[in-house]
Design a protein around this ligand. Structure first.
Ligand code: ARG
Length: 473
């Protein structure tokens, strides 16, 4: 209401009349405060290429349904192209353009005059925005897939460099067993491969055409939805108009996928952040994706990785926001849904920044094999020592106990296991032979693990080849 509050009806100063797709049944309003809240153009402006495209297809569909003459349909197509060119050339929204659909309609009137008023026959912004958002989502999944694949190929390249480098693996962040550094790096590759399947799933969910659903009950003109589907590149058409105008499952699926990718990246980032600390020193950051400190001259901070580690918080927030919006919403379109795009665009935009930054960070990181090797204390081969006894006929429990005693002895004496005297081994178990020290070597430990998916050199080579093939496909 604002400034018009104390003015007698009819005597308000005339505000420039904005172009509206509705308003016939209203004598006054809307309040500027409402317009400010209701407008979505700040968010949905970027849907314009998709709105132009679907509107052109709609003009043709209306000709097919005998609503428009061929000339009118052509004129609308030409006008829409001109509008697209204007927007591409920098045309900005006018005050009062409620959303991108309104803006395009206004510009179309400027381009072709009254015939523009025929384009909205049989359609609603409800099926229009759902269609545009789906087209945008289909495009986004392709971009995301490319960006994920780029990171994966960096992983494969870097993994190949350190195939024969050994480092500790960790459980509970405690040194566990030696593994190939490639095996560790590829442990972050496969989660992304699963994410690519999720992206494909989200793309499939998006590729169902809602156009032709009208506001809620379906279009009243005999347009061909099959033709629209083909023209716009959808896989199928929605089977129920009520569902069609409010189905945002495809948004939820993409938001979940983004949250999942972000979560995976955060774990890689965290590994690299820990490994890059002076205490670990397994990797050293390059300069392109790090920053310095304004106070401490010595600092090189892994900011890109820290941002990648932090991003899933927002990605999860966006997913939660959308699911909370959908929960308990009455059937069909409700204005609550307008905010779906804020969450969708933010998640996708940010991930499209994070992915190349993580790829760039990983590409320029320096591995430090000597530091990795130095961390391979012989306690990491305790399991191998037990396996040694098992191979000589001991039960695993008996072997576990014997090796446990050796570990305790080495800890008490403050020396590595391989520095214990030969006699200490025989004392722990009679089956220990002279070759016991071979069993304490890290290369021997990994060599025993040629099981599929294990860290044995041959198994890792097979894994690397499979990863390479996956990114090439
Ligand atoms: N800007 C709206 C949105 O993004 C378009 C649909 C508006 N529909 C309506 N009935 N007011 O959801």
């Amino acid at each position: 209401m604002g400034s018009t509050l104390n003015v007698p009806p009819g005597s308000e100063p005339a505000r420039p009349k904005s172009h509206k797709l509705w308003g016939g049944r209203f004598a006054g309003g809307p309040a500027p405060e409402f317009e400010a809240l209701n407008a979505s153009i700040g968010i949905d402006f970027r849907l314009w290429p998709h709105d132009i495209r679907l509107s052109k297809a709609w003009a043709v569909a209306l000709w097919g349904a005998n609503v428009l003459t061929l000339e009118e349909s052509r004129e609308l197509e030409r006008g829409l192209d001109a509008v697209g060119a204007r927007i591409a050339g920098g045309e900005k929204p006018a005050a009062g353009d409620e959303d991108i659909h309104t803006m395009i309609d206004r510009l179309l009137h400027e381009e072709v005059g009254d015939v523009a008023s025929k384009l909205h026959t049989g359609r609603s912004r409800n099926d229009q925005v759902a269609t545009a958002a789906r087209l945008w989502t289909m495009e986004a999944t392709t971009k995301l897939d490319v960006a994920v694949r780029l990171l994966q190929s960096v992983m494969v390249e870097r993994a190949a460099e350190v195939e024969s480098v050994l480092m500790p693996s960790y459980t509970h962040l405690q040194r566990a067993q030696p593994v190939s550094a490639a095996h560790w790096l590829l442990s972050h590759f496969w989660p992304l491969e699963r994410d690519r399947a999720r992206l494909k799933g989200a793309a499939r969910s998006a590729a169902v055409l809602p156009l032709g659903s009208g506001a809620v009950a379906g279009c009243a003109y005999p347009i061909s939805r099959t033709l629209l589907q083909g023209t716009l590149g959808f896989d199928a058409i929605t089977p129920n108009s009520i569902d069609a105008v409010s189905d945002r499952d495809f948004v939820a699926e993409l938001l979940f996928t983004v949250a999942m990718v972000a979560t995976h990246l955060s774990r890689l980032a965290e590994d690299l952040i820990i490994y890059g600390s002076s205490e670990f020193g397994f990797v050293q950051y390059g300069e392109l994706y790090s920053s310095g400190s304004s106070m401490m001259p010595q600092k090189r901070n892994p900011d890109a990785l820290e941002i990648a580690r932090g991003f899933p918080a927002r990605a999860l927030g966006n997913l939660t926001t959308l699911l909370a919006t959908l929960k308990g919403l009455p059937s069909s379109y409700n204005k609550d849904l307008q905010d779906d795009k804020r969450a969708l665009f933010d998640s996708v935009d940010t991930l499209l920044l994070v992915l190349p930054a993580v790829a760039g960070t990983l590409a320029e990181i320096a591995f430090r094999p000597a530091r990795m090797k130095a961390a391979l204390s012989s306690a990491l081969m305790a399991t191998d020592l037990a396996d040694y006894l098992v191979r000589r006929g001991a039960t695993f429990r008996e072997a576990h106990g014997a090796v446990g005693r050796l570990v305790r002895a080495s800890e008490e004496q403050g020396i590595e296991m391989h520095a214990l005297p030969r006699a200490a081994f025989t004392e722990a178990h009679a089956l220990f032979g002279d070759d016991v020290f071979d069993a304490l070597s890290a290369p021997a430990s990994v060599a025993h693990r040629e099981v599929e998916g294990g860290t044995g050199p041959k198994a890792v080579a097979v894994q690397l080849a499979a990863a390479r093939k996956a990114v090439e496909q």
